[in-house]
Design a protein around this ligand. Structure first.
Ligand SMILES: Cc1ncc(C[n+]2csc(CCOP(=O)(O)OP(=O)(O)O)c2C)c(N)n1
Length: 564
């Protein structure tokens, strides 16, 4: 059957054909034809955010939680530029997001028309692919290409910019129309590209190493390589380190789990890295927050780098062996060659590196108690979405992640304001699971307007605000490295309980350990969104810490340095 459809109608159909069920967006002049068509497609649930940045983070959260591309929509000009931080966040953390922006009509382009911005140019370095759609005939194929590129190989954000007149343009549509251009539909498996001898050599190094370690990054989560990682660790007894984005790739309670490396990694983890003679790096890029000063990083270790993106190989840390491919596929090929062994004496040695954790919380509510209360109230079934700052490090290090992919955070870009909107996307992707967004009082104030979205759309995110009255992580750096000059870090907050009330949300303030369990349980039991503000010690610090530019061998373990 042949029908005449507008570009916007074709766009909606193409989105449905890609399996899209929810989109996060905000209307405006250049995207109005799309919003005009949208009500004809009830299978596409539109979530009206309160700021386009939140749409991009929500799409990102949806993608991280579901493994499928998240979709955000904005108008041209300011709507499109408001997406930028969210796209950069998704790009740094390899998340599949498809962004659709309206553009001024073709005849107006290049004339500095009202709300005209070159969003393709602006987002080029922070998207995996972007495309200006110049004719209605391109739309169906461009959408299919966008989803393919966003999800294929190492995922990332893709932007489609669609001029208003193209959205209104009509064309004949029949079932065969989408076949033009013939792009692939399914996510292909990237064929691992390495020689058999590299596998055998890797297996030999694993068998012979005295002090081997596994470092598991985001690639483990993206590939869903949980079972394979576990088999590798259990067969060899090699301890497993999880990076910030690798957290929840391996159960925290497993006896082989060591913890997080890097700037705020535990002393014994970093020391193990420094003493190691073999690192199996699984799906990570060895960024500076993980390695500290590269010149002093793991100098005695050979690296077997298992990584999907060949451009990551030897980018930061030289690899002795590179096994390029999806982490799960590569491990499936490698495992048959890996002989059972144990690493007992090495593990005993590492156990000797363990230091008692510096109790930075001398008074009041500790993050550990708060996180335990959330874990208890949600029976360990919770997904935690954290923001950026001190609380992010506590949430990374102190919560016991048992379930795969239950920790979501902005690792690469470190985007304050991520948690609240991203948690909305997570909650829609996992409607039957509790989702807690944990923010500091700084980051929460960056996107707290999304409480309105949660209310309007009935998205039951629980929001935890760790209120220390400071932009805590920056204050900590000022305390350690800037002679305690607290420049622009004390931060005033509104009364969050009353603010929540103004949005029609129940809010709780927890000032002491005695109030903790009741408040967290009450919030968890709430059918809709809820907010809990935790009044934590104001000048607590995250320990240990590798000073910026320092090597992993030089942790600050407690006593803050006060220098000019
Ligand atoms: C958008 C953005 N702006 C600035 C920063 C720099 N920054 C990193 S952590 C931090 C402080 C965060 O304060 P808060 O949200 O209160 O959390 P806390 O560290 O106190 O837990 C700042 C300003 C950032 N990461 N992101």
């Amino acid at each position: 059957m042949t029908e005449t459809l507008t570009g916007s109608q074709i766009l909606c159909r193409a989105l449905l054909e890609e399996g899209v069920d929810v989109l996060f967006g905000y209307p405006g002049g250049a995207i109005m034809p799309f919003y005009h068509a949208l009500p004809e497609f009830p299978g596409l649930r539109h979530v009206l955010v309160r700021h386009e940045q939140a749409a991009a983070h929500a799409a990102d959260g949806y993608a991280r939680a579901s493994g499928r591309a998240g979709v955000c929509v904005a108008t041209s000009g300011p709507g499109a530029t408001n997406l930028v931080t969210g796209l950069a966040t998704a790009h740094m953390d390899s998340t599949p997001v498809v962004a659709i922006t309206g553009q001024v009509s073709r005849a107006m382009m290049g004339r500095d028309a009202f709300q005209e911005t070159d969003i393709i140019g602006i987002t080029q370095p922070i998207t995996k692919h972007s495309r200006l759609i110049e004719d209605v005939e391109e739309i169906a194929e461009a959408v299919r290409e966008a989803f393919y590129v966003a999800q294929e190989g190492r995922p990332g954000p893709v932007l489609l910019d669609i001029p208003k007149d193209v959205q209104n343009q009509k064309t004949e549509w029949n079932e065969g129309t989408r076949e033009r251009g013939n792009p692939p539909t399914a996510r292909p498996s990237i064929v691992p590209s390495f020689h058999r001898s590299a596998l055998e050599e890797a297996a030999r190094l694993i068998a012979e190493a005295q002090r081997p370690l596994i470092m598991a990054g985001h690639g483990v989560v993206l590939a869903g390589a949980y079972a394979e990682l576990r088999v590798l660790a259990e067969r060899t007894g090699i301890p497993v380190i999880t990076t910030l984005l690798g957290i929840s790739g391996f159960p925290e309670s497993h006896p082989l789990h060591l913890g997080m490396p890097g700037m705020h990694g535990e002393v014994h983890v970093n020391r193990a890295i420094q003493q190691s003679d073999l690192i199996l790096g699984l799906g990570l890029r060895f960024d500076d927050r993980v390695t500290g000063n590269l010149a002093g990083f793991a100098r005695g270790a050979k690296l077997i780098h298992i990584e999907l993106d060949p451009s990551e190989i030897s980018k930061n840390v030289p690899a002795a062996i590179a096994l390029v491919g999806d982490v799960r596929d590569v491990l499936c090929s490698l495992l048959p060659a890996v002989a059972p062994r144990n690493c007992e004496s090495w593990r005993r040695e590492i156990a000797g590196f363990v230091r008692p954790r510096e109790e930075s919380f001398r008074a009041g509510l500790s993050p550990q108690a708060i996180l335990d209360a959330i874990d208890d109230a949600t029976n360990g079934q919770c997904t935690i979405v954290s923001d950026v700052g001190q609380h992010q490090m506590w949430v990374a290090k102190l919560y016991r992640y048992q379930r795969p992919n239950s920790h979501i955070t902005s690792g690469g870009l470190g985007t304050m304001g991520f948690a609240v909107p991203a948690a909305m996307g997570v909650a829609l992707a996992r409607p039957s699971e509790p989702v807690w967004a944990i923010s500091g009082d700084g980051g929460f104030q960056m996107n707290m307007q999304e409480m309105a979205t949660m209310v309007q759309e009935r998205i039951p995110v629980k929001m935890a605000v760790f209120n220390n009255g400071y932009l805590g992580m920056v204050r900590q750096w000022q305390q350690f490295f800037h002679g305690k000059r607290y420049s622009a870090t004390p931060i005033w907050s509104p009364d969050y309980v009353r603010l929540a009330g103004a949005y029609g949300i129940t809010g709780h303030r927890v000032e002491s350990a005695e109030q903790l369990d009741d408040a967290v349980r009450a919030a968890a039991a709430e059918p809709g969104p809820a907010l809990v503000e935790f009044m934590i010690e104001q000048e607590a610090n995250v320990f240990p810490m590798i000073p910026p530019g320092g090597s992993l061998s030089e942790p600050i373990e407690g006593a803050p340095l006060v220098s000019a």
